[in-house]
Design a protein around this ligand. Structure first.
Ligand SMILES: [Zn+2]
Length: 266
């Protein structure tokens, strides 16, 4: 049941008596991997974002200093994926359901005595929801430290291995996600079905963009017929191995930093 997570780091394998007896619960890092079950083009399975959360976290936890107490919760497979609504197989929670689920999970962790919880989210459609609930929880429980992290925001080498266009426009099921899936679950990737599909270009003098400073709200079918936004055809396992190793290394440091973190005193 633990998948990519080292079994000794899998929270759900503990007993209640072990959890009760734990020392240093204040600083123990509890990590909730969050993904999505949503279309990722004709070549990738719908589990991608969940697989990336668990795969990166498992790789990071297997390299973490064994002296640092950190545990992965069972992954939250479902997320808010309504931008992919028109593609069958996509399963979406509403923002309200996701907020309520994360709140109730977090409160259960707090009740068990833990005070540091990381939300590790790999789906680009929901960082906003996770940031909102993180702030609400900390406002309600002032000694509860919540970290609303997006998996890809740690330092990593994707810049070195992706093209400039892909870095800018490859936002879904493109080179990075396909390569990392070739590293994690190669048997589930159908490279012969991989496509390159970039969204229509906006007028160059316009300040508006798909993502970034002045975005417009979109659903995937506004931008793509295949469900891919980017170039999946250039993905390779070698690139995926390098990206996975570097993102996981960033996560080792992020977990260490959370373990050592205290709210700055004023
Ligand atoms: Zn994805």
């Amino acid at each position: 049941m633990h998948g990519f997570i080292p079994p000794e780091r899998f929270f759900a394998y503990l007993t209640w008596t072990e959890i009760q007896a734990m020392s240093d619960k204040q600083n123990t890092v509890i990590i909730q991997p969050i993904g999505a079950i949503e279309q990722h083009g004709p070549h990738l399975p719908i589990i991608v974002d969940s697989a990336i959360s668990v795969g990166v976290l498992g790789t990071a936890l297997s390299q973490l200093d064994p002296q640092i107490p950190a545990y992965a919760l069972p992954p939250l497979y479902y997320g808010k994926s309504n931008e992919h609504w028109h593609f069958p197989g996509t399963i979406s929670l509403s923002a309200q359901t996701l907020l309520a689920t994360l709140k109730e999970v977090a409160e259960s962790i707090y009740r068990a005595g833990f005070r540091k919880l990381v939300f590790m989210n790999s789906h680009g459609g929901q960082p906003q929801v996770i940031e909102i609930i993180a702030r609400d929880l900390h406002q309600e429980y002032s000694d509860f430290l919540i970290f609303p992290f997006f998996t890809w925001r740690v330092p990593h080498i994707a810049k070195e291995v992706l093209s400039k266009k892909e870095l800018e426009m490859g936002i879904h099921a493109g080179d990075a996600e396909t390569s990392i899936m070739l590293a994690l679950l190669p048997e589930q990737v159908k490279m012969e079905q991989a496509v390159c599909e970039y969204p229509p270009e906006l007028p160059s003098e316009s300040l508006l963009s798909i993502e970034g400073k002045l975005p417009f709200a979109w659903v995937t079918k506004d931008l793509s017929k295949s469900g891919v936004i980017g170039d999946a055809t250039t993905a390779t396992r070698a690139k995926g191995d390098r990206i996975l190793a570097s993102v996981a290394k960033g996560w080792v440091q992020a977990i260490e930093d959370v373990y050592n973190f205290q709210i700055p005193k004023n």
